[in-house]
Write a protein that binds this ligand. Structure first.
Ligand code: UD1
Ligand code: UDP
Length: 372
């Protein structure tokens, strides 16, 4: 390995920023040279800039400005942009996060350039290839050199797919590091016009919002919930038009707001009596905050939030009754022990493995189960 090796993080979408911040901080503390490449997949100030500010992320060394498009157009722009900037930067390791198109493109580019890669949040599987993210997860994991898993079942899925144990490291969940770091700042009085008792809804999965039929079914269920408890709905730009057309607009019991910054959003969630979502990360955050979460999806790549947390999967048809039950049951206790290693120390754990790998050290079994 070169003197003073360089680690690059490729980030593009809202959840990437939340997962990367603790890893960047951990590497900083170990004095590792690093930089962020922002692909520009998310570009609105409320989908990007606010996260850099709230999470204390450094300015990217480059922003590719790829923007939106069909999967092919967006991924193609990502491939072309990333190839150029990664080649110019000559990193020793590229770290990618989660399951978005920026993650997939970065892994493909690096694999073809022969640049080693690490995947944070490896091994999650919904076993639903209708989800674009599932394709991204499978391809990313199959091409990564270091795989950082947030939960034990991920290791078994990776093993089934033929990933050697020596590449896998159970490190816990860096998204939860970010949550723990934000906890002292969380305060729902930061937000104006929020009822004393309320629920939160966030919805952006293509299967829920991309067709008028799916949006209509979902909105009708959400409006029924809003007759039980007022709902605040920070709206992802993807669903904005379709959900509004289906009737999800400001009205009695519904307050639709722009996407919220990270600290504002978690403040809202922490104070909520109920969360209705199809987000990946929000399933994990509600588990840790002990807030009942109803996930409107047929499956989840995060089953640990159901077995060890406050999350329940529901169909749109079952949502109103499930909400009524969750509200009657009151503050939710997790289903079991909280997930192992979701302790706020995942960023430093990942950083220690990366630093050891950069030095060419032999990574011991201890480093693979969170004990480096
Ligand atoms: C992406 C991820 C998804 C993740 C989500 C997090 C993929 C395939 N999907 O979905 O896994 O859960 O991010 O939020 O990578 N838009 C804006 N402003 C922005 C960004 C997007 O208006 O700053 C609008 C555009 O109309 C765009 C649409 O949102 O077409 C979708 O954006 P895109 O990045 O393609 O996918 P997401 O739905 O955000
Ligand atoms: N989030 C946010 N503001 C919002 C909605 C979500 O800060 O209005 C945060 C949320 O706390 C979590 C992350 O964004 O940390 C999850 O991103 P998203 O739901 O967009 O993506 P997913 O996790 O589904 O991939």
């Amino acid at each position: 390995m070169r003197e003073n090796p360089l680690v690059l993080h490729v980030l593009g979408a809202r959840p990437n920023f939340v997962k990367a911040a603790p890893v960047v901080r951990g590497l900083d503390e170990l004095g590792v040279r690093q930089g962020i490449i922002h692909t520009g997949q998310h570009y609105d100030a409320l989908m990007s800039d606010v996260f850099f500010a709230d999470l204390g992320l450094p300015e990217p060394v480059a922003n590719l400005g790829v923007g939106s498009g069909t999967h092919a157009k967006q991924t193609a722009a990502l491939l072309v942009g990333l190839e150029e900037v990664v080649e110019a930067q000559e990193p020793d390791l590229v770290v990618v996060y989660g399951d978005v198109n920026s993650t997939l493109a970065a892994i493909l580019v690096c694999a073809k350039l022969g640049i080693p890669t690490a995947h944070v949040e490896a091994g999650l599987r919904s076993f639903d290839r209708g989800m674009p993210e599932e394709i991204n997860r499978i391809v990313t994991d199959s091409l990564s050199d270091l795989l950082f898993a947030t939960s034990p079942e991920a290791l078994s899925y990776l093993a089934t797919e033929g990933v050697p144990a020596a590449k896998m490291h159970l490190v816990g969940n860096p998204m939860i590091d970010s949550l723990f770091a934000a906890l002292p700042s969380l305060d729902s009085s930061r937000l104006e016009g929020i009822p004393a008792r309320y629920g939160v809804a966030t919805l952006h999965r293509p299967a829920n919002v991309d067709t008028p039929e799916a949006a209509a079914e979902l909105v009708s269920a959400v409006l029924e919930v809003s007759r039980q408890i007022p709902l605040v709905v920070p709206i992802h730009p993807r669903g904005r038009a379709r959900l509004a057309a289906a009737g999800l607009v400001d009205g009695p019991g519904v307050k639709v707001v722009d996407p919220l910054g990270y600290v504002d959003f978690l403040s809202l969630v922490k104070g909520a009596a109920l969360v209705v979502t199809d987000s990946g990360g929000v399933q994990e955050e509600t588990t840790m905050l002990g807030v009942p979460c109803l996930t409107v999806r047929p499956n989840t790549e995060r089953p640990i939030t159901v077995t060890h947390g406050t999350n329940r999967l529901v169909t749109p048809a079952a949502l109103p009754a499930a909400a009524s039950k969750a509200l009657a049951d009151g503050a939710s206790t997790p289903a079991g022990e909280l997930p192992v290693l979701w302790d706020g120390a995942s960023g430093p754990r990942i950083a220690r493995v990366i630093a050891a790998w950069l030095k060419g050290e032999n990574l011991s079994p201890a480093s693979r189960n969170g004990r480096l």
